[in-house]
Design a protein around this ligand. Structure first.
Ligand SMILES: [Mn+2]
Length: 343
């Protein structure tokens, strides 16, 4: 495995120099953040990012994410231009040495939580998803404050998007994803870039929007849409793990055996009886996932892709981007190293 760490660019309070000091840290996971979704990233900005990361002694190998424009997910005629742009980004990133691109196919909203700073008994704070709180949230009511969401949506734009998705079924979403893959995977193959879809988080429909990258049956279906090593997964244990029906170690075993996991997000999650969940420390006993079994399985299957510790709590007085502080993610990295060495 190659250990990696997400970095949000020059504005990130977590410095590359600090990340490099985490034992066994090999690579940075990042993106160009100042280009609107659907447009082409400039070669100059890609090479500047690469140079910055490499000057810090880290690898520029994984991009998270190249976002997919809503018109592609909706299957609108305008999708063709956005798909052409997407292909050009794959070409440019592949030419710059990038080997994995993470993306997702979630309508409108990225990851969703109901609170970002829930205080735990030990005084740390974490991200949580409480069903009773979600039931009271109305995204069309101006409550657009969660960081997983694109803050560029104004209330009216969001209403239009919801109206457009009202007629989109899960089968439509599958068809639109299939069309997207049929266009981009040949380019990814040509330029040596492994595409790695991130599961929906949480892995079920929210706000009546369809979600399909959710469970083993659907991951099987996804991989068959385009049967190529270059059509693979970002296996996010926390996203898939908050659905009690997902057997995470078994899924890791299956998809890593098939060679279709290119990137992993490793975090633990504590599932509550009503389907709510709290993001916990990485250690197995802190949450619902058997992290040791997951790592043992990867090691046994000869996994040589990228792993990054996913969201951490805020500890030791750190403040900053929720889920993306230095300290708890560094503890997560050290824990992953320890499990890997023992395995
Ligand atoms: Mn993830």
């Amino acid at each position: 495995m190659k250990l990696s760490f997400r970095w949000y660019g020059a504005d990130d309070a977590v410095k590359l120099e600090y990340i490099r000091q985490i034992p066994n840290m090999k690579s940075i996971v990042t993106a160009i953040y100042d280009v609107p979704v659907g447009l082409i990233w400039s070669e100059a900005s890609i090479s500047a990012l690469k140079n910055t990361v490499e000057a810090a002694g880290l690898g520029f190998d994984v991009i998270e994410s190249v976002p997919v424009h809503e018109d592609i997910k909706l299957g609108k005629p305008s999708r063709e231009q956005y798909i052409e742009n997407y292909k050009e980004n794959i070409r440019r990133l592949g030419s710059a040495g990038v080997s994995v691109i993470c993306y997702n196919f979630m309508p409108v909203f990225d990851w969703t939580r109901t609170k970002l700073d829930k205080e735990l008994p030990d005084g740390s704070t974490t991200l949580v998803y409480y069903k009773d709180q979600l039931d009271k949230m109305d995204p069309l009511n101006g409550e657009l404050a969660l960081p997983g969401w694109d803050s560029s949506y104004k209330k009216e734009g969001l209403q239009t998007l919801f109206d457009e998705y009202a007629s989109i079924t899960e089968e439509d979403l599958w068809a639109n994803l299939s069309h997207f893959l049929s266009e981009i995977i040949p380019v990814a193959e040509e330029f040596g870039v492994k595409m790695a879809i991130h599961p929906d988080d949480p892995p079920y429909p929210i706000f009546s929007l369809p979600r399909i990258i959710t469970c083993e049956a659907n991951l099987d279906r996804f991989l068959k849409l385009y049967d190529s090593e270059y059509n693979g997964l970002t296996f996010c244990t926390g996203s898939l793990g908050c659905a009690l029906t997902n057997d995470i170690p078994a899924m890791v075993d299956k998809y890593s055996s098939l060679g279709r996991i290119h990137f992993l997000h490793l975090r633990n999650v504590k599932n509550l009886p009503d389907g709510s969940f709290e993001e916990s420390a990485h250690l197995s006993e802190c949450g619902s996932l058997d992290m040791a079994k997951i790592i043992k399985t990867l090691k046994h299957n000869g996994f040589d892709g990228y792993i990054r510790p996913d969201h951490g709590r805020m500890i030791w007085g750190e403040s900053g981007r929720a889920g993306y502080g230095l300290y708890d993610r560094a503890l997560g990295a050290a824990y992953i190293n320890g499990l890997w060495e023992m395995a």
